[in-house]
Each structure stands twice: as C-alpha cells, then as structure tokens.
Ligand binder design. Structure first.
Ligand code: 5AD
Ligand code: SF4
Length: 365
C-alpha cells in the first residue's frame, strides 16, 4: 500500500465506523492535513464558509459542584466568587447586539436556587425585549430540572449547551466525586430533557483526559452522532493546579498532543455530522495563540468572543492560562486573525442556527 492511502480510503467511505474513527484519530502528522481539508470542505458545503459569533457572558463563578478537574469547583477557596449584576449582564448583551454578534451565550457555575432560576428567567425575557427578539440566546447553566429548562425556554432562550465531558461512564466516575450531585446518568437525563424541551442542543467532551483512550474519543463522536446533537463545544483538557486532578501540573508537550487530538476530533465530528455548529474553543487558544483559527480550518464554525467585564475574568479560570486577551473591539469583533482563515466570512447580525436542528425536527414528525 502506498503511504497515505490509508486515510484517503477511509475519508471516501459513506459512513465511518468506530475503527475508522480511531484510525483517523491516530493518523500521522503528514496525513492529518488531508483530514482537515476534507472537514473544512464538508463545513463549506453543508453550513457555508462562515463563522458565527456568540458573545460570551460568564454570569457567575459560584458553583455547587466539585468536578475534580475544574478551577471553579466549590472547594477551590483560592478564587474570589462573583455574580454579575443585572445591569452588567444587560450592558454586555447590548454590546453584543450593537456589535452585531447576533447572539449571546450565558454561562455560569451550577446553581439551582430559586433566586438564580428567577433571575436568569427575567434576564432572558428582558434581553429579548430590549433587542426586539433579534438577539439569539444560548444557555450553558448546567444540570437543572425539566421545569427550569422549560421556564427558560419559554422566556426566550433557544439553545442549550451541556457537556457530557466523556461518554465513558466509568471515566466520568473517576473525574467527579462519587455522590448524587455528580452522576453520569443524571447528566444524560438532563441532556435528554434539554432536547425534549425544544432547545437546539449542544454537548461536548474534554480531550486528553487522564485514563482516556482513543476508543473513548471515538465513542464520544458516536455518542454525539447517536444523540443527534445540534451543536458541539469540545476542547483539550488543561490541568488547573488548584484541583485534585491537576495539582501535579502538566508539560507543554502533552498539551500540544491534546491540541492536535482536538483538531482531529473537530474534523472527524464535522465529517460525521456535517451540518451541526462546532465551536472553536477558548481552551484551544490557550494552548496555541492561533488555536481558534486552526480549529476553523479544521471545520469549526462558531467562536465565542468574551464579553465578561474584565474585573471578573480572573475569577472564571476554569483551567490554567485561560486567556483574557480575546477582547471584543469594534474593528474586529470575532478576535480572529482573518489572514489565517482565508475564504471565511464572519456572520454578523444573524443567529447562526444550524440547518441540522430543522432537519432533526423534520425527521421526528
Ligand atoms: N480543562 C479543560 N476544560 C475544562 N472544563 C472544566 N475544567 C476544565 C479543564 N481543566 C470545561 C468542561 C466544562 C466547561 C465549563 O469547561 O468541559 O463543561
Ligand atoms: Fe462547576 Fe462546571 Fe466547573 Fe463542574 S465544570 S465545577 S459544574 S463550573
């Protein structure tokens, strides 16, 4: 067999099975560009050569959970906890609207108090009203009850992102405390509830976790396909020194490997699911300053410029080295370097929904 013919023949298949996905994840660096180019072509064909924007609002870093990998976990006493004021959230939303970002994503540590649920509901309806229903609203607010998902949906949010983190249940157990608040099964039920409520549903995983195998990552892709998600946000795992899982630190070589594995995951998911929205994550930019542009070149089509007020940024350090530098400014709202992504246009003033969501509903009827 000729060198390189391996992945070319896989890429020509109509459907990829688990072994194909593993082979793509493991292909040599010389072959990877072929995978990336194919994924970008699939993106261009099925969703267009655009990048959509979501202005990111990190509402609060108060979290009831204790995920072993995350710097915002409840037991990390080294960060100062904050919650943005109503005015700050509305101002950030108006900035997104005025800069034509098209939509916002409200993210927060997990909180299911009555006050939190009410506040979010009120913020959603106020933002919708203030922007004449023209600003899209994505939520990423963790595990909640069906009723809460419904209330926020009725208030005007229409996309929800809840990462499964890993589709391998026993790995999930190793990454979380063993208690009722951190169950894989509950996470899955919530994702289902989100989809049933009518949201465009997003999930994602961390890439390069301890104990994670290539088979696990292939299963993650298959999980997303079988769940029929509309959006995906995934990225490399990055140790945080104030967490049980990250206290021994990491080295740059490992991070580089996770970065390149993340590009492959994005590309493969694009080829497998074609018309979904895939985020070029901030974690990628943390490892490589051109990380988001590279992700776009591998098939991603969403970026999330950060609109959180500067003084809170330090408090939302989920992982080490999370950049605070992708500031939004009027001359370049995406923060992307256009020279690195020739042929890509930035979708301004539009929600940037996926055709996948409409197709999924069509199939259900
Ligand atoms: N490295 C990378 N991603 C992380 N997340 C949490 N901690 C880390 C970390 N150390 C991701 C998880 C979570 C999202 C808010 O951030 O996937 O769902
Ligand atoms: Fe809280 Fe999310 Fe971090 Fe877990 S990953 S500790 S739920 S902010």
């Amino acid at each position: 067999m000729e060198m390189g013919s391996g992945i070319a023949s896989i890429l020509d298949k109509k459907a990829l099975d688990r072994d194909d996905i593993i082979a793509l994840l493991q292909c040599g660096e010389d072959e990877a560009p072929l995978l990336y180019r194919r994924a970008a072509a699939v993106r261009d064909h099925y969703v267009g050569s655009h990048v959509y924007l979501r202005g990111l609002i990190e509402y609060s870093n108060i979290c009831r959970k204790n995920c072993l990998y995350c710097g915002v976990r409840r037991d990390n006493l080294r960060i100062e906890r904050y919650t943005m004021t109503r005015e700050e959230v509305l101002e950030a939303a108006m900035t997104a609207f005025n800069l034509k970002l098209g939509s916002i994503a409200i993210q927060s540590g997990e909180n299911s108090s009555g006050a939190f649920i009410d506040t979010i509901e009120e913020l959603i309806s106020t933002i919708r009203r203030m922007t004449d229903n023209k600003l899209g609203i994505t939520l990423s607010l963790g595990e909640q009850s069906r009723e809460t998902y419904r209330r926020w949906y009725d208030a005007g949010a229409h996309r929800y992102l809840l990462r499964i983190e890993t589709s391998n249940q026993s790995l999930y157990r190793k990454l979380h405390p063993d208690d009722e608040m951190h169950r894989y099964q509950r996470r899955l039920e919530c994702l289902k509830a989100i989809q049933d409520t009518g949201y465009q549903t997003g999930t994602g995983v961390m890439i390069g976790l301890p104990y994670q195998t290539m088979g696990d990552l292939a299963d993650d892709i298959i999980f997303m396909r079988d769940f029929d998600i509309d959006m995906c946000g995934m990225g490399p795992y990055i140790e945080h020194s104030d967490t049980p899982l990250g206290e021994r630190g990491t080295d740059h070589r490992l991070l580089k490997e996770r970065f390149s594995l993340s590009l492959r995951m994005i590309a493969i998911l694009r080829i497998v699911m074609r018309d979904i929205n895939i985020v070029a994550s901030t974690a990628m930019q943390t490892i490589d300053p051109a990380g988001r542009e590279k992700a776009v070149s591998c098939g991603a089509n969403v970026v999330m410029p950060n609109l959180t007020p500067a003084r809170y940024r330090e408090g939302y350090r989920i992982y080490e080295g999370k950049p605070g530098y992708n500031e939004v400014n009027e001359s370049n709202v995406s923060g992307l370097n256009p020279d690195l992504i020739p042929g890509i246009t930035i979708g301004l003033g539009i929600w940037g929904d996926t055709p996948h969501y409409g197709r999924r509903l069509g199939r259900k009827k």
